[in-house]
Design a protein around this ligand. Structure first.
Ligand code: NDP
Length: 355
């Protein structure tokens, strides 16, 4: 298997981290799951129940995006809602109950050119896996303001679908000018009295149809050529400080919530050069499956989904990835000695390459 070579896959993988590393003593697992959000833990639950003894690595954002949310009211099965961090503890406990091995560690380099696949954890610890499930998620982009971080989950949010309903009859501010900003501001009008969309330019990046919808909504007010310089509030958001880029004038806008909609970034950097991705870095999966372009590597959750991005959809694709991996492993049992992915594919007629 040659590293992928088109479009966003152009960067060749840097395998220098593997140089001189002795993999003969490395821990060898049936399945390694990378990432610990709803997708990763659901994949771990299903793989554990299939007796595949999965190992799951929790990376730097253990628990995923839900640990930065407060109440989750749209996950089925919790009629009274559940706190995001509590929900992730429940996900973890359920996966562990069936034997999933959950460890802290960041997968820093992968080598998908041969089976078993080679993974480096925290830059120094080598692991081998017959199948890999990627559920590294995506991270919302934030402005980087100190008070924005401090008030995250207390009026600052990057997910209107998750948190909009907590702001009934309030005035809200939202920053961004793309499709997400339009979609989220429209969603927020279901609850808020007014939504102020703050954009740094005087024209939107969003598609024409989304712009038209937002502009037609009486509750949405645009504040052009303006940036957010600070978020105000002791325990909850009480306002934002704005600066007009054309006049330099600063002002305060009183709002009960502040939504950031300036894009997401999939956490897929370590897979560049191996996996097919779109221009934004989301992993491409084969339709109706979690197969990537490399046989034995499966992708689930927000790392491959920039459309739905919900906990429940991530959990759904995590389940799919475990089932895909289980079936694929049954059809492609590990060889005695390491073999190239290409050879592995050739050796077994009917083997799916996932491409
Ligand atoms: P985009 O990158 O399209 O837009 C990000 C917006 O945030 C831009 O308006 C940008 O401003 C602004 N922005 C970025 N950084 C900052 C900053 N530091 N300060 C202030 N403003 C900032 O991201 P989206 O999440 O909106 O969309 C991502 C992709 O997903 C797009 O391809 C989009 O079309 C798609 N999408 C489609 C949807 C649909 O079809 N229903 C819904 C949601 C997303 P500027 O314009 O000045 O660069």
């Amino acid at each position: 298997m040659q590293p992928a070579d088109n479009g966003s896959r152009a960067d060749r993988p840097d395998l220098s981290a593997f140089e001189g590393v002795d993999f003969s003593e490395a821990e060898h697992r049936n399945i390694i799951i990378i990432g610990s959000g709803p997708a990763g833990f659901t994949a771990a639950l299903y793989a554990a129940r299939a007796n595949l003894e999965p190992l799951l690595f929790q990376g730097p954002e253990a628990g995923g995006q839900l640990v930065t949310t407060t109440d989750v009211e749209n996950y089925p099965g919790f009629p009274d809602g559940v706190l995001g961090p509590d929900m992730m503890l429940k996900f973890e406990a359920q996966a562990k109950r069936f034997g999933a091995d959950v460890r802290y560690g960041t997968v820093t380099t992968v080598d998908f050119s041969q089976r078993p696949f080679r993974l480096m954890v925290d830059g120094t610890k080598p692991f081998l896996a017959d199948a890999v499930i990627i559920s590294t998620g995506a991270s919302a982009r934030y402005l980087g303001l100190e008070n924005e971080k401090r008030l995250l989950g207390h009026g600052v949010s990057a997910c209107a679908t998750c948190d909009g309903a907590f702001f009934r009859d309030q005035k809200l501010a939202l920053v961004g000018g793309g499709d997400t900003a339009m979609e989220e501001s429209l969603f927020l009008t279901r609850f808020a009295t007014d939504v102020y969309v703050i954009h740094r330019r005087d024209s939107l990046r969003a598609s024409k149809i989304m712009q038209a919808r937002a502009k037609a909504n009486q509750k949405i007010h645009f504040i052009w050529d303006t940036v957010v310089e600070d978020v105000l509030g002791e325990k909850e958001v009480e306002g934002v400080v704005l600066r007009n880029l054309k006049t330099g004038e600063t002002s305060t806008l009183d709002v009960g919530g502040f939504f950031v909609a300036i894009g997401h970034k999939p956490n897929t950097g370590i897979f560049k050069g191996w996996l097919d991705m779109d221009e934004l870095g989301y992993i491409r999966t084969r339709p109706d499956s979690t197969y990537t372009n490399i046989a034995g590597v499966f992708a689930s959750g927000d790392a491959q989904d920039h459309v739905y991005r919900q906990a429940v959809t991530a959990a759904g694709t995590g389940c799919m990835a475990a089932i895909d991996a289980e079936r694929w492993l049954a059809e492609n049992p590990p060889a005695e000695a390491p073999e190239t992915v290409e050879a592995a594919s050739r050796a077994r007629p009917g083997n799916s390459t996932g491409s």
